[in-house]
Design a protein around this ligand. Sequence first.
Ligand code: CTP
Length: 428
Amino acid sequence: MKNKFKKLSQETQDFLKVISSLASKMNVSIYLVGGVVRDMMIGKGHFDLDILVEGDAIAFAKKVSDHYDLSCKKHHAFGTATVYFENYKIDFATARKETYSKSGALPKVKASTLQDDLARRDFTINAMAVSLNKNDYGKIIDLYGGQKDLKASLIRVLHDQSFMDDPTRIFRAIRFEQRLSFSLEKNTLKLLKAAVKNNALALVNPHRIREELILLLSENIPDRVIKRVSSLLGLNFIAKGLILKPAALTLITEISKVLKFYDRKFKKNRVLKTWILHLAALIIDLPLKSVEGFLEDFGFKKGERIIILSIKENYLKIKKLNAKTKPHVIYQTFDPLSFETIVFFYASFPKGSVRKQIEDFLDDLVHVRVLIKGNDLKCLGITPFSIYNELLEKLLLAKMDNNLKTKEDELEEVERIYASIIPDIYKQ
Ligand code: CTP
């Protein structure tokens, strides 16, 4: 390959040149490693950079951040540091050797060489490095045949113990296989199946499994990924008895379509956590208790739990909406829900009136405002002041149903509402 770096932006290429000369001044060797090398070789861009340092990675990252006047986040326990440059996240790690005391546990690590660091990696395609050192800048270090496997579109472990050492690699193997449209090499597939049979995942902390599940469900092709997970290991690791129903797959595909629509239509709004929607599609039919148990056991964050539980809790309510449902009820139904939840329901009910109602809610109802203010209520002689908020809220809902156009329409309506909520005795 002529210019291995050509898929990286010009700023990144310049950055690598600069840190190369900083490394030579500090007398340390540095390498580009991991996913970015794999993606460079297959001609794909990759945002985050992993820099391996034979030497003190934290001291080197500090040198780089000082040079560019950037902030540097140090993780002394791991011998790593992160620097943010332009839109990129750059991780610096000290080359290390890992030993696993038991399956599924986190490994014991000690500082070592590039060779040892590559040897501890998951798959041949992820175990290549590119030298960033002056004497052989750009040289590919490929000790395990990563380039050959890339050409043959194969995911291959470096050694037979790999899945038992780190069972989360079961998920990683499936993720890369599906993302790149590769295949699991024959022996790798055999080893993966054996690890599943030996219940290797039961030894892994559920929080690590949660992180893998999030990555799996964040891929661009979540339906294919989850289908493969289900066929290779089942879904019992999520919840006992959970199976992949065709309806869940259809929903996941529909969610992907709706998300594209969402991106086009509501670009200004915040970025959605798409994996939550795919996860909800998988577990929506489980009893509420099982969903709660799953969210608790895997340690999902509070905001994430709220979204999934609100999907579960509101599903039947949304199902009951029909063409005759009044606009103010539509507003009250969707207003408390997160965008994730709303997008989920948009995907769940392609037929019937729900889609139109969600569009009305997002396009019109959320923008409805009343024209009159507290002062106008005062001029009407309305007391006590403490009911003003309630009156204005009720007016807002009435405006949605009754097409009130002018301030006069609103004043008339608010008097009607006032009359209906204040008992006659109180008014005297
Ligand atoms: N790695 C590993 N075993 C793991 C996790 C990571 O060997 N269980 C190694 C791989 O060499 C991987 C690198 O650490 O390439 C970086 O990990 P990560 O950022 O998770 O993977 P990427 O390959 O960059 O994947 P992605 O494209 O999804 O970011």
